[in-house]
Ligand binder design. Structure first.
Ligand SMILES: Cc1cc2nc3c(=O)[nH]c(=O)nc-3n(C[C@H](O)[C@H](O)[C@H](O)COP(=O)(O)O)c2cc1C
Length: 237
């Protein structure tokens, strides 16, 4: 998928009053993905989120299609460290920092998050892409460029999860193109302690359930009692 939906949403007050009560009806953990256009905005948002009955916050430092913010912080060690440490000062809840793959070296921003006190990093966000309508000779997306996700990005995501898991001590949450249980296993062997599924849900709403079944099948076939035992266990050639 190539999207440029930006980060439109009704804001944190609306979330508090409407979405959160709905989410609380389900027996599940709630991790809120948050993005601001300046460090002050990230901090203001984190202060509000700190007061809510949620299980954690994932800072989005990586959205490629928002003009101001996000991407500006996510591409360097210093940028990630700066915004993460400011948020850390006001947030007592578990803090995950979500990284952009649109960098030369993914380890640098990951270390910035770790050094600033993040509890984990998640990766990858979407890869910057572009697609052209050859009849009109113009990009398909109104924003010209957008974020690429889904199975096409999986090898990039697995590689980056592996590199980051080798370099940091905090847990790595892996995502990017996961649609099956086999994909989940691949991310865990690379070093992910947890995974997420985004685009897969657009293809098939039951993707997560089927992925869990696929993981269980793999565990049966390989006589694995505890899925944690495979984390980071890829044997490199
Ligand atoms: C339609 C769409 C909206 C997204 N919105 C967000 C967002 O608000 N915050 C964020 O951190 N990532 C966002 N992402 C990125 C995904 O969470 C995920 O990092 C990326 O798509 C790779 O995973 P996937 O291949 O499983 O989708 C979005 C992706 C898509 C396709």
């Amino acid at each position: 998928m190539l999207n440029s939906i930006g980060l439109q949403n009704p804001g944190v007050e609306y979330f508090m009053d409407n979405d959160l009560p709905w989410l609380k009806k389900f027996d599940t953990k709630i991790i809120v993905n948050a993005c601001g256009s300046s460090i002050d905005e990230y901090v203001e948002l984190a202060k509000v989120l700190n007061t809510l009955d949620i299980d954690g916050v994932e800072l989005n430092l990586s959205c490629p299609n928002v003009k101001a913010g996000c991407m500006a912080f996510g591409t360097s060690y210093e940028g990630v460290k700066q915004v993460t440490s400011e948020v850390r000062k006001v947030l007592d809840k578990p803090l995950i920092v979500k990284l952009t793959p649109n960098v030369t070296d993914i380890v640098e921003p990951a270390k910035g998050a770790e050094d600033a006190g993040a509890d984990g990093v998640s990766l990858i966000n979407t890869l910057l892409g572009m697609s052209i309508d050859i009849e009109k000779q113009r990009p398909f997306l109104a924003n010209n460029m957008g974020g690429l996700s889904g199975p096409a990005v999986k090898p990039v995501a697995v590689r980056m999860v592996y590199q980051v898991a080798q370099a940091v001590k905090i847990p790595v949450l892996g995502l990017g193109g996961i649609v099956t249980g086999k994909d989940v296993i691949e991310f865990m062997l690379a070093g992910a302690t947890a995974i997420s599924i985004g685009t897969g849900n657009f293809i098939e709403p039951e993707t997560s359930i089927k992925a869990i079944e696929g993981v269980e099948d793999y565990m049966r076939r390989h006589n694995i009692d505890d899925i944690n035992s495979i984390i980071g266990k890829v044997q490199m050639n």
